[in-house]
Design a binder for this molecule. Structure first.
Ligand code: NAD
Ligand code: DAU
Length: 335
């Protein structure tokens, strides 16, 4: 079987490539990735001989069409993925996440792929009050509140439109916050870990009471695998950790302890505009219908992730040089 993985040089995409090679060693894998600031061939260095890598933009019809030739399945990760960057410059989010997905969907129709799986986020459902007991499910209404979330919501709608209108065999997963190796150090956990390793502080937006649900990246990969093999065409599956949800400040304290630091390594900085307070997922459908269960407990796998960053300093030090410095200064200078 031939599988096209878009965005395979990014964080989750590269972990998924590795997962797929391990579980389906006979499959042919093509990765289509533009190698934006977030894409990095070093993320695929250990598997480079097992894949065909195509540098290309999902917004480019010819590149999308060519990469999809003879593909049985498409797993679509490619996206602009960081909320703070979307606040600074939303244009590229609309271009890549909405238009790029549209271009891929058209190519998938032309190429008659047997499955187009779209990777999406729980952020499309919006924001829950901190004291809310609500957990979103597949029937929850869309209510995105940030440019990133709105662009992902737009892409989800297009994917469903191609299913209903043209019969394209699609599935969607909407997942909570992932963590693990190769996560770009602009996101909270890798930024906090690498800052501590550099002797800097953990910046906490606002009061740090915002709640996220953290899922180890391999659990996300196994959920996608199950949906690809057993999921119902046209259906959406929500993916969440089932562990306790954590406030950002609590996570920062856990991390400080793991890394042998006191709580004075935490600094409060200006809040993110429109900061969503809480995300919460009910993952009953994928659990009961497909038998998925997350296997990685948060604190244990956070420690393992910290070790990965300790052992892969050259990876993140390279990533944190150059363009990253400009971004970091712009994002954190007056906070
Ligand atoms: P990432 O930013 O680490 O990687 C994105 C990848 O897409 C990069 O390799 C980048 O080069 C590539 N890309 C960007 N624009 C492209 C374009 N125009 N053409 C081709 N390639 C392009 O992102 P991630 O955190 O790995 O997220 C992957 C997917 O999972 C995204 O769709 C994101 O919305 C979704 N998601 C992420 C999380 C999370 O916690 N990180 C949670 C739920 C869903
Ligand atoms: O919920 C899924 C989403 O999770 C994905 O769709 C996104 O691609 C992914 O980036 C993530 O979005 P968040 O905005 O939740 O992740 P981030 O790591 O940017 O922030 C996590 C929380 O930490 C959030 O409440 C903001 C806060 N934060 C973040 C940064 C970067 C801080 O307090 N300080 C920081 O410096």
């Amino acid at each position: 079987m031939k599988i096209l993985i878009t965005g395979g040089a990014g964080f989750i995409g590269s972990n998924f490539v590795r997962y797929w090679i391990k579980h389906y060693p006979k499959d042919e894998i093509v990765v289509l990735d533009k190698l934006t600031y977030a894409g990095n061939l070093e993320n695929l260095a250990d598997v480079k001989d097992r894949i065909s890598f195509v540098k290309g933009d999902i917004c480019d019809e010819a590149a999308a069409d060519k990469a999809m030739a003879k593909a049985d399945m498409v797993v679509h990760f490619a996206a602009e993925s960081h909320n703070d960057r979307a606040i600074m410059d939303p244009d590229v989010f609309v271009r890549t996440n909405v238009f790029g997905t549209h271009v891929l969907l058209k190519a998938a129709l032309r190429r008659k792929v047997k499955r187009f799986h779209h990777i999406s986020t729980d952020e499309v459902f919006g924001d829950l009050p901190l004291n809310s007991k609500i957990k979103w499910n597949e029937a929850s209404p869309y209510n995105p509140r940030s440019p990133y979330a709105a662009s992902k919501a737009g892409s989800d709608h297009l994917v469903r439109a191609f299913y209903h209108t043209y019969g394209l065999p699609v599935t969607i997963t909407n997942c909570t916050n992932n963590f693990g190796p190769f996560m770009f150090p602009e996101k909270f956990l890798p930024l906090a870990i690498t800052n501590l390793l550099e002797g800097k502080k953990i910046p906490i937006y606002g009061n740090g009471r915002q709640v996220r649900d953290w899922l180890y990246v391999d659990d996300h990969c196994s959920a996608i695998d199950l949906v690809l093999h057993k999921g119902k065409i046209g259906d959406t599956y929500l993916v969440g950790s089932e562990h306790r949800e954590y406030a950002n400040l609590e996570v920062a304290k856990i991390l400080a302890k793991i890394m042998g630091e006191g709580e004075d390594c935490i600094e409060f900085v200006k809040d993110r505009p429109g900061h969503d307070q809480k995300y919460s997922i009910n993952a009953q459908k994928i659990q009961t219908e497909l038998g998925w269960k997350p296997k990685h407990e948060f604190k244990e796998w956070l420690e393992i992730t910290v070790d990965w960053y300790k052992n892969n300093k050259s990876w993140w030090q390279r990533v944190k040089s150059g363009e990253y410095q400009k971004y970091y200064t712009l994002q954190y200078k007056n906070r």
